[in-house]
Design a protein. Structure first.
Length: 658
């Protein structure tokens, strides 16, 4: 940006939201346009959430114009739509580092700014956390004003309704803004979505309500007629809008209003900011606003990778390589053509989890429940009980939200439901809130659960084929990454059986054994190649199962006394390596030469997946370093033991001499 452009740019001179109040209407609209331009430019280079952020530019400007969030509280549900908020709160100069290592997070983060109240990334919690903020200062003088911004897709989540149920009891200012753009990532589904559609097509209820109240107040009529007119008003309310669902819960409902009209937003927000009771403002916005290709395809541009500014075409370094999500999609459709019992389910993410092709071919067998992972799993149990074979596709990080249903509805009832967990392990730019680091540890403790992880597309098909034959639940995990070339001679998955994919070249005892789970098989193979180049004879085992684990394999690899390293793209605590050690200890095996490589006990910040794997020692170089360290330590131990034995023998000889 030239000096002249910088001078003319409003955004480049905004260092604090307080400066917004100096701007007139025309300048505020210009600022909203500049916010969009900045977001489009930065996301084009490195990817990120685009369409949702473009839809909230005016709303964000209006919120910071009316409220002072240096002292007031603003909570974004999910938080992926926080880019304009970040730009207005002193982070414009760092915005080019978005989602990069040591750069800005793509979600709210209190470590970056006091304007960010919570780290977020999952849907449904904003009303509840905002309720806690409000309750904590309910009777305090000069209590901060509390605002929660929730999308129309998020508000259908069970947690959001739990928050609504409790927040309605507040006796102080509390504002929920329903940001309604008719979209989750894809189109919203369900009864609430239909209700909001009806509201959008009717007159603004708040205006009609106000007119009716004024009419009743100024007519000098008898009590009976007043009562009758109040009944008419109630009937009118029921007939013209769906906002009564919120009013019946105890909220004052206003809207819907145009979420791109800054003067109207400011006027309404000012009026509502001082109401000392729970209020819900319904704001209608357009996902992708101001960027035509994002408006035309808001699903694709919800969270695109790098693209060209001119036309939004994707920029790929490796165009021909298959992603795991696409591999799952192909395999699912292939299996469904042969088995009409298969029903595919998703929680508002048909595109992200690879169900679009399945939905196109089998629309009656594809169920999108909206943002409701718990409901998806429980509903899948019901489908399985009646003879269907549900396959629930979700991100690993979102499976955590359905843990109780996995326990009760699936495992306790032995329901044959397959959970296909995309984005398992480190996910790159989305960072700590989206890493799939806990699925193994969460589900390994549940009796009857089978846990699998394929290392390539052939194995994915083999794992899913086995899963469909089981009489109980199973989970299959795979990463956000390219699918490696399939290993030769893929064999069918047999329950609890591993596979040796690289034996020592000499056919003798391996100098070190790498026991790899899922995506880490390729890392193990790359590390083995480097070890072999250094003169060592490594062995690589594809574990395939974290539960049940291959007991015979564990006994064999530990019997040699040579170094054994377990590899997993998951938390080391409670994960695959823990299962390996537990089985070894249960069988009385010596585990002194075992090292568990997994994610450390801390949250891994945003960066590229490659950088994250290197940071945590889970790339080939990290594995090689671990093996060499173990071999060196073992050699030192053997030298120490030899010296100790020699000294002991000398001492014995001396004692016998005397």
């Amino acid at each position: 940006m030239t000096a002249r452009e910088r001078k003319e740019s409003l955004l480049s001179n905004i260092t604090s939201p307080h400066q917004l109040r100096r701007l007139n209407e025309q300048q505020l609209n210009q600022l909203a346009r500049e916010l969009r331009e900045r977001v489009v430019e930065v996301v084009a280079r490195g990817g990120g959430h685009l369409a949702s952020n473009l839809g909230v530019a005016e709303l964000t400007v209006a919120l910071h114009y009316v409220f002072d969030f240096a002292t007031d509280r603003l909570v974004w549900d999910v938080g992926h739509q926080c880019y304009p908020h970040k730009l207005l709160t002193g982070r414009n100069e760092k915005f080019d580092t978005l989602r990069q290592a040591r750069g800005l997070s793509g979600f709210p983060n209190p470590a970056e700014s006091p304007y960010d109240v919570f780290c977020t990334g999952h849907a449904g919690a904003a009303i509840s956390t905002a309720c806690g903020l409000a309750w904590a200062s309910e009777n305090a003088p000069n209590a901060p004003k509390v605002v929660a911004v929730v999308g129309d897709a998020s508000i259908v989540n069970g947690l959001a309704f739990e928050g609504l149920n409790n927040a309605a009891l507040l006796r102080r200012q509390f504002l929920i803004i329903l940001n309604d753009n008719s979209m989750a990532i894809d189109r919203t589904h369900g009864a609430m979505a239909h209700a909001l559609d009806r509201i959008r097509t009717t007159a603004t209820y708040s205006g009609i309500k106000q007119s009716t109240e004024q009419l009743l107040q100024h007519m000098p009529l008898g009590e009976n007629i007043n009562k009758a007119l109040r009944n008419i008003k109630a009937g009118l309310k029921t007939s013209i809008h769906g906002g009564q669902i919120f009013e019946n819960l105890g909220f004052d409902y206003y809207g819907p209003i145009d979420g791109h009209n800054i003067p109207e937003l400011i006027r309404v927000l000012r009026r509502l900011s001082d109401i000392q009771r729970p209020v819900l403002l319904h704001v209608h916005t357009q996902k992708g606003r101001g960027c035509q290709y994002a408006v035309d395809d808001p699903c694709r541009f919800h969270s695109p990778s790098a693209y060209t500014l001119k036309d939004g075409k994707a920029v790929f370094e490796e165009k021909k390589r298959l992603q795991w999500t696409a591999a799952f999609s192909e395999t699912l459709v292939e299996l469904a053509r042969r088995d009409d019992r298969i029903v595919a389910m998703t929680a508002a993410m048909p595109d992200g989890t690879g169900l679009i092709e399945f939905r196109n071919e089998f629309p009656a067998r594809c169920i999108d429940v909206g943002i409701g992972e718990s409901h998806a799993v429980a509903m899948a149990a019901g489908l399985a009980r009646e003879g269907k074979r549900p396959i629930v596709a979700m991100y690993s990080t979102f499976m955590q939200r359905a843990y109780d249903q996995v326990f009760q509805e699936l495992c306790l009832n032995k329901m044959p439901v397959m959970l296909c967990l995309d984005r398992a392990g480190l996910v790159g730019g989305d960072g700590a809130v989206h890493h799939g680091f806990a699925d193994i540890s969460i589900m390994r403790s549940l009796p009857g659960m089978v846990l699998m992880a394929p290392c390539d597309q052939s194995e994915l098909k083999a794992a899913m084929t086995l899963g469909l034959s089981l009489r109980g639940p199973c989970a299959i995990r795979y990463p956000r990454d390219f699918v490696p070339e399939s290993l030769p001679n893929c064999t069918p998955f047999e329950l609890g059986q591993s596979r040796v994919v690289l034996a020592p070249p000499t056919g003798g005892i391996a100098d070190a054994t790498l026991v790899c789970y899922g995506a880490m098989v390729q890392t193990g193979m790359a590390a083995a190649k480097q070890l072999a180049a250094g003169g060592l004879n490594p062995c690589v085992i594809n574990a395939r199962f974290a539960k049940p684990m291959d007991e015979g394999m564990v006994v064999r690899v530990l019997s040699s006394g040579k170094p054994v390293v377990t590899l997993e793209d998951h938390s080391a605590a409670g994960g695959f390596g823990s299962a390996f050690l537990e089985l070894a200890c249960d069988r009385g095996l010596n585990t002194a030469n075992v090292r568990v490589l997994g994610l450390p006990d801390r949250f891994i910040a945003h960066a590229s997946r490659r950088e994250q794997l290197a940071e945590t020692g889970l790339d080939a170089a990290g594995v090689v370093a671990t093996v060499l360290d173990m071999i060196q330590l073992g050699a030192s131990h053997r030298r120490y033991k030899s010296v100790a034995q020699t000294r002991s023998a000398d001492a014995d000889a001396t004692q016998r001499k005397y």
